[in-house]
Ligand binder design. Sequence first.
Ligand code: HEC
Ligand code: HEC
Ligand code: HEC
Ligand code: HEC
Ligand code: HEC
Length: 310
Amino acid sequence: MRYQDTKISLFPVGAKQAFHLLRPLPARLPKRAKHDKTVLSPLRKLLSFAKLMMFIAVILILPSQTCFAEGVAEPVCIQCHSKLPEKYSKPVELWRGSIHAENGIFCNGCHGGDPKDAAVAMDPAHGFLGVPKETAIPAFCGRCHVGVMKDYLKSAHGRMLGKGGPTCVTCHSNHHVVKATLDLISEKNCSRCHSFERAGLIQGAMKETETMIISIDGRIGSLKKIGADTDKLEKELFAARNSFHSMFHNVNVELFKKESAQITADLKKIKAALDRKDAANQKRKIAGVAVVLFLLLIAVVLHLFKKTYD
Ligand code: HEC
Ligand code: HEC
Ligand code: HEC
Ligand code: HEC
Ligand code: HEC
């Protein structure tokens, strides 16, 4: 699936072997032969020359192999569509700036088809799905985003699919899909079909939780920098963040209140653990200063003691 994988061949076996061949010859010869210089010398020169030629040949072949690997990286869909009129080339341009392009999901990841053979690329017999109808879009995206699709289909939005409810592309677009953030919830995006009131409630609560997550993340980061063991806290935050980000598609204010109460409780627990760690560090610091002061005091006393008896 991931065409980028073909780039692994950038450093072919041939190059490794060539470097091996360049190692000084005597080191690899049987010991007895090494002493027999008269017989070996011309032969050795000839061998070294042949190996040098082989090495040069490998170096010359390398660049063309690299080009080949990069050529394979882009499916035929992109090569052909880039040259087509606007309606058919625009998707390529939009897709290039998407999170899907970044993660190696090409045209055929969504539309199906054969990414290697231009002649049959758009043949349904080769898995080409074409352009999905509006009601087919959730399943189209949901092949990969299974959890999101399930939440969406159960939601007020999913239940109104094909009857005025938004689909995945209403909110995320089709080709310029970028990393999802709470900025998607806005007056502009969410008041096209109904009032912003309920959307605003969700937005407010989510922003609050998001701020909490960012602050905790920062504190864990600083603790990590001074060498503290933060593995457990990191895992807990990761879990809380995951359930937080999978909440939105329900668009159910009641469910939302319940779930976000649970997540907030989990986050508060992490925060309390951080407070304890910080307090312990503070105590350790104070103890450290006290020890230093005590040692200084002893030194001064000893010094005075010595002086009086000198
Ligand atoms: C050799 C050129 C060529 C290749 C290769 C190619 N396409 Fe197309 N594609 C076209 C042309 C021309 C059209 C517009 C006419 C048509 O629908 O057949 C098109 C149309 C489309 C459409 C819109 C179809 C519709 O019903 O409106 C999609 C989606 C699409 N291509 C996806 C792909 C995908 C995915 C691949 C690779 C697996 C691919 N194409 C490979 C030339 C190509
Ligand atoms: C993330 C999934 C996804 C990827 C990746 C993707 N498409 Fe699409 N594409 C869609 C969806 C969904 C539609 C239908 C959109 C709609 O109805 O709003 C669509 C529609 C199209 C159309 C019909 C014209 C249009 O803009 O509505 C063409 C042509 C097309 N895609 C070509 C491509 C090409 C070429 C690529 C690769 C550069 C590509 N798509 C990559 C999801 C995708
Ligand atoms: C072939 C599998 C595949 C299909 C089909 C697909 N995606 Fe994705 N999508 C991915 C991958 C892989 C990522 C990047 C990793 C991640 O964040 O999950 C991603 C990321 C995303 C993100 C960003 C997630 C984040 O973390 O912020 C959104 C939003 C998204 N996709 C929406 C869509 C939409 C909308 C469609 C349909 C038009 C779609 N995807 C179709 C595989 C797919
Ligand atoms: C394409 C139209 C459309 C867009 C855009 C849209 N919605 Fe909706 N929304 C609906 C429909 C239809 C319903 C179901 C009928 C209703 O409750 O009004 C709904 C219901 C809701 C509900 C009530 C759910 C419940 O269970 O009571 C919330 C909350 C909501 N939408 C939030 C949002 C948010 C947030 C956005 C923006 C990110 C948004 N909507 C964008 C059409 C839309
Ligand atoms: C009403 C607008 C709306 C609709 C419809 C919608 N999304 Fe989203 N999506 C969002 C918002 C807003 C977020 C960001 C939530 C957050 O940051 O917690 C999001 C987040 C995501 C993410 C990232 C989730 C994560 O765990 O980080 C993915 C993937 C995604 N959506 C895919 C889809 C797919 C697939 C569909 C269709 C089945 C869909 N979305 C339908 C608005 C929408």
